[in-house]
Design a binder for this molecule. Structure first.
Ligand code: CUA
Length: 342
């Protein structure tokens, strides 16, 4: 725009009209931003900070959009060519003042966003003294949690006390996975051979779903985990009760191994209450053993240690080998899979 165009516009009372259009656009856009449910509930301290940052950026975007849209709409009407006007427009040589303005304002806004985001990241990464540590192991296609401060208590549900910061130390047994609970906003990759970490401070009691957010194979879509946010007293009761219960052996141990090794996310098996559909239905193991022409127990043992030795038709060859499990755990798993929970 040139001085000529600007002064022509100002003469037409353009500033007032552009301001009015900008206010209308801003009002409509703000209503769309506020009244449509764009985000899941914010149920952690970290999520509150991230949302504050998000709304700060959104407010800036609405402001910029309103000004641009208003100038645009006004110009379309005020400067349109008359039907019989074939003359060239006035020559344009730029406007130094305008260019400095539209460089300086975005510079200030983007710097402000950068500073606020850095503060949010630093606060969310800040570890408090009384935090709870939980180790997270991701594998195709299940989540496993270990509580080092409770005798390495294991769980496939991530149980967390409310209003206490938890540090999740994560790694993967096989490929890349990503831990994501939308209501907590925090998301972090699980990388084989590395330990990553992220903090969450849940602020509401209830159930949440962990969705693996990194394409990790056929079962990626079903790699869902459960989070249960509990009162501190209930959490203590669970943690102390469970850490003594895991000492037991026999079929109960087999069932715990079945759950803790993630078998349930791919297989159906009634005694474990498992309903996975990726791999063969383990309620039909006797039938599969017949098809493989092997005794049931030997067949089950082989399928755990060397899953591709016999492939049930109709199912993909994606199961990892569990031959590195300790021998007594394999025995317990075989016992559980051949005799059920009885
Ligand atoms: Cu694990 Cu996707």
């Amino acid at each position: 725009m040139t001085d000529v165009v600007i002064s022509a516009a100002v003469q037409k009372g353009a500033l007032l009209k552009v301001t009015l259009i900008a206010l209308v656009v801003a009002a409509i856009t703000t209503a769309v931003a506020i009244f449509l449910p764009w985000l899941p509930a914010s149920d952690s301290k970290e999520a509150d900070r991230i949302d504050f940052d998000f709304w700060f950026v959104t407010a800036i975007c609405i402001l910029v959009w309103a000004v641009v849209a208003a100038v645009f709409l006004y110009s379309i009407v005020a400067f349109r060519a008359r039907p019989d006007d074939d003359t060239d427009g006035p020559p344009v040589h730029g406007h130094t003042g305008l260019e400095i303005t539209w460089t300086a304002i975005p510079f200030v806004l983007v710097t402000a966003i950068g500073i606020l985001s850095a503060v949010v990241l630093a606060k969310n990464g800040d570890l408090q003294k009384n935090h709870l540590r939980v180790n997270v192991l991701g594998e195709q296609f299940a989540w496993n949690f270990t509580y080092p401060t409770y005798g390495n208590l294991q769980s496939t549900t991530l149980r967390l006390p409310v209003n206490r910061q938890v540090q999740l130390k994560m790694t993967s047994r096989d490929v890349l996975h990503s831990f994501f609970v939308p209501e907590f906003r925090q998301k972090e990759d699980l990388v084989p051979g590395q330990t990553t970490s992220i903090n969450v401070t849940p602020t509401k009691l209830g159930h949440y779903v962990i969705q693996c957010a990194e394409l990790c194979g056929l079962g990626h879509a079903v790699m869902l985990g459960q989070v249960l946010v509990m009162r501190q007293a209930d959490f203590n009761k669970w943690a102390q009760g469970s850490s003594t219960a895991t000492q037991g052996g026999g079929a109960a141990a087999g069932k715990a191994l079945f759950t803790n090794n993630g078998c349930a996310s791919c297989h159906t098996y009634a005694p474990a209450g498992a309903t996975g559909k990726v791999g063969p239905d383990l309620d039909k193991l006797p039938q599969y053993a017949q098809q493989a022409k092997k005794p049931l127990e030997a067949f089950v043992r082989e399928s755990i240690q060397d899953p591709s030795a016999y492939l049930q038709p109709g199912y993909p060859n994606v199961m990892p080998s569990f031959k590195n499990l300790p021998a007594d755990q394999i025995d317990q798993l075989v016992a559980f899979l051949t005799k059920g929970s009885s």
